[in-house]
Design a protein around this ligand. Structure first.
Ligand code: NDP
Length: 273
C-alpha cells in the first residue's frame, strides 16, 4: 500500500520489509539508518515501545502513548511519532461515522496499540474509557501515564474477566487491541453475548477479513469495523509526516485497494501475516 501511494504521489521512494530478529538487531539498524538515505520507517510489534527510547526526539502523542510506530529520519536524527491512535480515530469517522467526542469506550488490551488508542480517545475528549486487560497492572500503567493529560475523560482499569461485563455492555464503542483474532479460529476476546445493537465494535485485527468478535457483533446488530481501515489510515498519516506535506494527503483509496489486493494474494498463498 505504501509503494502504491508513492507511485500515485510521484515520489521516488520504495518501502521494503526489514525483518528484525531481536532488540540488539533493532539497535544496529537504528544506528546504520542515520547514515543511509532513508526518509523514514515504521516499527511494528513488538518494538514500538523500545523504538521510543532509540529516537532523538519524540512527538508528544507518541510520548503519551509510550510507543513509536513511525520514525522520520531528518539529517541523521530520528524523530518518533505514533500514527496508530489518529489512524483509529480517522477510520472510525470515515468508515462508520463515529465521533469519539463524548464517547463511552471499552478498550480491550493494554499494549502499544491500546496505549495509542487511549491517547487518541483522551485527546478526542471521550467521556469514559475502561481499559480491560489480562494483566490489569499494564492497564493501570497506561492510565497513570495519562493522568496529567486526561482533561475530563474518566479512565478505569479492569481485569479482562467477568468483571468486564458491565464495561462492555455499557460502552457505545468496543475496541479489540489484542492479537486475539489474528489466527482464523481464534475465539472472541470477550463473550459476544455482552454486546448489543446500537454499539460500534472495532477489531484492530487486519490480517483476517472478519473475526469471532466482529461476527458476534454483526449478529446482534452492532456496527462493525475491521482493522484494515485503521491500517491504511496510520500508513497514510506516516506518509504525510515523511512528505512534510500539508497539501498532498496520502491517497487512502489507492492504499486501501493495494492493501486488499496484497491480502487476497497472501490468503491465496496461505500466508496469514
Ligand atoms: P502488544 O504485544 O503491545 O500488546 C498485546 C496486548 O494484547 C496486551 O495487552 C496483551 O495482554 C493482550 N493479549 C495478548 N494475547 C492475549 C490473549 N490471548 N488474551 C487476552 N489478551 C491478550 O501488541 P500491540 O498492542 O502492538 O498490537 C495488538 C494488536 O493490534 C495486534 O494484533 C496488532 O496487529 C494490532 N494492530 C493493528 C493496527 C491497525 O492498524 N489495524 C495497528 C497496531 C496494532 P497482557 O498485557 O495481559 O499480556
Amino acid at each position: 500500500m505504501h509503494n502504491a501511494a508513492y507511485d500515485a504521489l510521484g515520489l521516488n521512494w520504495v518501502y521494503v520489509p526489514l525483518p528484525v530478529r531481536d532488540t540488539p538487531s533493532l539497535l544496529k539498524f537504528t544506528e546504520a539508518v542515520r547514515g543511509l538515505p532513508f526518509v523514514g520507517f515504521n516499527v511494528t510489534m513488538p518494538y514500538k515501545q523500545t523504538m521510543l527510547e532509540l529516537c532523538d526526539d519524540v512527538a508528544l502523542f507518541a510520548q503519551m502513548a509510550g510507543a513509536v510506530n513511525t520514525v522520520h529520519v531528518v539529517e541523521g536524527r530520528l524523530i518518533g511519532y505514533n500514527t496508530d491512535g489518529r489512524g483509529l480515530i480517522e477510520a472510525l469517522k470515515e468508515e462508520v461515522g463515529y465521533d469519539a467526542s463524548g464517547a463511552r469506550v471499552a478498550l480491550i488490551g493494554a499494549g502499544g496499540a491500546a496505549g495509542a488508542a487511549l491517547v487518541a480517545f483522551v485527546l478526542a475528549r471521550a467521556a469514559h474509557v475502561s481499559v480491560l486487560n489480562r494483566d490489569v497492572g499494564r492497564a493501570e500503567t497506561l492510565i497513570d501515564r495519562l493522568e496529567a493529560h486526561r482533561r475530563g475523560t474518566e479512565l478505569r482499569a479492569l481485569p479482562l474477566g467477568p468483571e468486564a461485563r458491565d464495561a462492555i455492555s455499557s460502552a457505545d464503542l468496543v475496541v479489540n487491541a489484542t492479537p486475539v483474532g489474528l489466527v482464523r479460529d481464534d475465539p472472541s476476546p470477550i463473550p459476544v453475548e455482552w454486546l448489543h445493537d446500537g454499539q460500534v465494535v472495532c477489531d484492530m485485527i487486519y490480517q483476517q477479513s472478519t473475526t469471532a468478535l466482529l461476527d458476534g457483533a454483526a449478529r446482534v446488530g452492532a456496527k462493525c469495523l475491521g482493522g484494515l481501515s485503521m491500517l491504511v489510515a496510520q500508513g497514510a498519516l506516516a506518509i504525510d509526516i515523511w512528505s512534510d506535506s500539508a497539501q498532498t494527503a496520502a491517497p487512502r483509496a489507492v492504499m486501501r485497494e493495494a492493501a486488499e489486493e496484497a491480502f487476497r494474494e497472501m490468503q491465496g498463498e496461505g500466508i496469514t501475516q
